[in-house]
Design a protein. Structure first.
Length: 319
C-alpha cells in the first residue's frame, strides 16, 4: 500500500509571517496604543477616535497648558536653587539689667491754667504760686479790671480775646506799649509759660506704675519747657535722676499712668483738649511734632522700638 502525504504548511512559516506582520505595524498605531493605556491623566482622550475632534483638541490644549506651567515653575525653582539664597536667623537678646527705657514727655495741649490766668493780684495765692512775674506791676495802671495773667495773655496770643473779657485792640495796644517802651525786658515769655501752666499736682493723679509693681511718683517727672508750653518728662536723666531700665517688652513692662487733663482749666491751646505724648532719648530736644495726641477719657498704648545706628567716619585727604 502506498500512502501519499502532502505538506500543508509548517508551523515555522506561520510564526515568521506573524512576527513579520507585527513588525510592520506603523508608529502612529504604537503611539495610539501607548496613549490609550498610559496612566498620564487626559492623554488617552486626545487619541480616542470615538471622541469628536473639538473635544480631543480641548484635552490637548489642557495638556499643553499643564506642561507649560510645569516647565515655567520648574525653571523658576531651579534658578532660585542655583542662586543659593541666604537663610537669615534673627534672635532677640537683651543685656543684663534690661534695655534703657526712653524718656516720656507728657504735655497738656492747653498752655495756660484758667484759674491762674483769672486769679486777681490781691489773692493770697497770687504770690505763693509765683504768678507775680515781671510785667504785672508795670501794667497795673493800663490793664483796668484785667488780672495780670489776663493782661499778659491778651498781648501774648491773637485769639486771647475769646477767653479774656475786655481784651480789645485799645487795651492790647496800651499793655504792649508799657511792656516795650523800656530798655528793660518786662515780659519774659518763658516765665509766663512756666508759671501760668498746669501744675503737675493737678495733672498727676491716682496711678503711676513702671514695669510690674515699681511705683512712680510726681518726683519722677521733670518739668521741661518746650516751644508750645510746659511739659513733664519721665525718666529724663536730668539732675542725676535714676534712669529706668526694662527687661521685657509689653505694655505691662513700660510706663502706666492715669492723668487728669483738667478740661475745665482750658484757655489757649492747640485747637483741642487732651495730652501730647512724646517718646525720645534722654537729654535730647523734645520735638512735639513727633508726639501722639491723646483725647480725654480714652486708654492709649504707645509701642516703641529702639534702633541703634553706628557710623564709621573715614577722613579723605586730597594732596
Amino acid at each position: 500500500m502506498v500512502i501519499e502525504v502532502k505538506p500543508i504548511g509548517s508551523s515555522t512559516d506561520s510564526t515568521e509571517e506573524r512576527v513579520e506582520s507585527e513588525n510592520s505595524t506603523s508608529p502612529s498605531v504604537d503611539w495610539r496604543d501607548f496613549a490609550s493605556n498610559t496612566t498620564l491623566h487626559g492623554l488617552r482622550y486626545t487619541v480616542q477616535k470615538e471622541l469628536s475632534i473639538p473635544r480631543r483638541a480641548i484635552w490637548l490644549l489642557f495638556l499643553f497648558i499643564a506642561a507649560a506651567a510645569y516647565t515655567f515653575y520648574g525653571t523658576i525653582a531651579f534658578l532660585k536653587f542655583m542662586a543659593r539664597p541666604t537663610k537669615t536667623v534673627i534672635t532677640q537678646e537683651a543685656p543684663t539689667g534690661g534695655l534703657k527705657f526712653p524718656a516720656v514727655t507728657i504735655c497738656n495741649l492747653n498752655k495756660f491754667s484758667k484759674s491762674k490766668i483769672n486769679m486777681p493780684d490781691e489773692d493770697e495765692n497770687f504770690v505763693k504760686m509765683k504768678l507775680n512775674i515781671s510785667g504785672c506791676s508795670e501794667t497795673r495802671g493800663v490793664r483796668g479790671n484785667l488780672t495780670c495773667g489776663q493782661a499778659l495773655l491778651c498781648v501774648y496770643d491773637n485769639y486771647s480775646a475769646t477767653v479774656v473779657p475786655g481784651c480789645d485792640g485799645t487795651t492790647r495796644k496800651n499793655i504792649t506799649k508799657v511792656l516795650t517802651d523800656t530798655s528793660k525786658r518786662l515780659f519774659d515769655e518763658e516765665e509766663f509759660l512756666t508759671n501760668y501752666a498746669h501744675d503737675l499736682s493737678g495733672l498727676f493723679v491716682l496711678y503711676c506704675e513702671f514695669s510690674f509693681g515699681e511705683d512712680c511718683t510726681a518726683k519722677d517727672f521733670f518739668p521741661t519747657l518746650t516751644q508750645r508750653g510746659l511739659c513733664y518728662t519721665f525718666n529724663s536723666g536730668y539732675s542725676n535722676s535714676t534712669v529706668f531700665h526694662s527687661e521685657f517688652e509689653g505694655p505691662e513692662r513700660g510706663l502706666s499712668v492715669l492723668l487728669n487733663v483738667e478740661e475745665d482749666e482750658s484757655t489757649i491751646g492747640q485747637f483741642s483738649t487732651g495730652l501730647n505724648v512724646v517718646v525720645h532719648d534722654q537729654k535730647t530736644f523734645i520735638n512735639r511734632n513727633l508726639g501722639v495726641n491723646i483725647l480725654p477719657g480714652v486708654h492709649s498704648s504707645v509701642a516703641v522700638k529702639l534702633i541703634q545706628v553706628s557710623c564709621d567716619y573715614h577722613s579723605i585727604y586730597h594732596i
